[in-house]
Design a protein around this ligand. Structure first.
Ligand code: MLT
Length: 403
């Protein structure tokens, strides 16, 4: 018996688990501490009223033999895929139902997608980036070893620092699978159409596949693409992940979807067919009840409620951004994104700032170095808190740490 030794290469704890442990330990030692949590990007606003009504009705459907549903994948239910299809169509993107795969989360899908690709593919990631892309490929055997500089051998790292507003440059060498996330987690920066077009053209020329994480597309307020498929040529080179989590408050309900176009081929094989085979074998679909709740976000009422909630979080992000800037910090994101990324005081590491914020002002954020070694010295706060607590956190940080 042997374990998958790739797991041993990883740090024993996932970034957000480590943060959770530290915060729980602090709270246990200081039971009266009034902690404000702006660390993990978890939502705080309730589900849209339209979803709540649909969820209740779906529960009632499950109580009657005539409307009861069993395995979602075997029931021929397609109403949510149809709503998603119509949503894409409204942005000028035409998809067929078989290109839309429902799931329980963009995190699961962006991690699981590696199942259908060979172990010796070269994977390109930004640094800093959402740690799931790196960790899951390490688990899948696509990385060598963690090097002294905090990066993994065997990965291609895309240059994306302050000088390019944290947006990734095209790789100078071969890369088979490229993770892109826009609006970006953690930096909050979003790519424009010209930048995405350069990626699509490059991927089509190279025969590479873009794994495009659009989990935060609903936060785009400026005139930027909301989907990679708005870029001509993307269907032959890109897979797109989307989620209801941050869009409609489904972090606790779980519902997402991944688009794998039929035109997407790899070595003469349909990637869509491989993903369909993988999902049919390892996943039993999204529950009927959940699907009804998600479908309701596409109704006129649901859309308006989702828009209000997104605006609420964007206002919070704006408050954080403005407050930190006024306190002398250099700040990115927070405009087309719920995430605000800022530079810590010179000489202070990300984890040192994490400890200072927790111990001195009881504000929890996410250390930039948790997203990769180039995140060292930076810090992320989220706009997903309540308006009152967000304003309070900014006030506490500014009072104590203004530069
Ligand atoms: C984050 O804080 O980066 C996200 O909440 C993590 C996730 O969505 O899994």
């Amino acid at each position: 018996m042997k374990i998958n030794e790739n797991f041993l290469k990883l740090q024993s704890s996932y970034l957000f688990s480590t943060i959770g442990q530290k915060v729980r330990a602090y709270q246990a030692a200081h039971p009266r501490a009034d902690i404000i949590r702006l660390g993990i990007g978890d939502v705080t606003r309730p589900l849209p009223a339209a979803s709540i009504a649909a969820l209740h009705a779906a529960v009632d459907d499950m109580s009657r033999a005539e409307t009861f549903k069993g395995y979602p994948t075997d029931c021929g239910i397609t109403f949510l895929e149809e709503a998603i299809q119509a949503d894409y169509a409204a942005r000028g993107v035409s998809l067929d139902i078989g290109e839309i795969f429902l799931s329980d989360g963009a995190k699961s899908d962006s991690g699981n997608i590696g199942d259908i690709f060979a172990e010796d593919n070269l994977v390109a990631v930004c640094d800093p980036i959402y740690p799931v892309y790196v960790d899951t490929n390490v688990m899948g055997g696509r990385a060598g070893n963690l090097m002294a500089n905090g990066r993994w051998s065997g990965f291609v790292y895309l240059s994306c620092g302050e000088e390019s507003d944290f947006l990734p440059a095209l790789p100078e060498s071969r890369a088979d699978l490229v993770y892109l996330c826009s609006p970006n987690n953690p930096t909050g920066m979003a790519m424009n159409a010209a930048q995405l077009k350069a990626w699509v053209d490059w991927a089509n020329e190279q025969g590479s596949i873009l794994l495009y994480d659009g989990a935060y597309e609903a936060f785009i307020t400026e005139d930027l693409p909301r989907s990679i498929y708005e870029i001509p040529g993307a269907k032959t080179c890109a897979i797109e992940f989307r989620s209801f989590s941050k869009t409609a408050g489904f972090t606790g309900v779980r519902c997402a979807y991944t688009v794998v176009p039929r035109e997407l081929m790899a070595g003469g094989t349909s990637v869509n067919a491989l993903w369909a085979r993988r999902q049919a074998t390892k996943f039993n679909g999204v529950s009927y009840i959940t699907q009804r709740g998600a479908e309701a976000t596409f109704t006129p009422g649901g859309r308006a409620q989702v828009r209000d909630t997104i605006q609420y979080y964007l206002r919070n992000a704006g408050v954080i951004k403005a407050g930190l800037e006024a306190a002398g910090f250099r700040v990115w994101g927070g405009v087309n994104s719920p995430y605000v990324w800022f530079k810590a005081r010179e000489g202070l590491s990300s984890w040192e700032l994490f400890d200072l914020l927790l111990e001195e002002v009881q504000v929890v954020g996410t250390p930039g170095s948790g997203f990769g070694p180039s995140g060292e010295g930076y810090f992320r706060l989220t706009g997903f808190g309540t308006a009152e607590r967000t304003a309070e956190a900014v006030e506490r940080i500014s009072r104590r740490f203004a530069l």
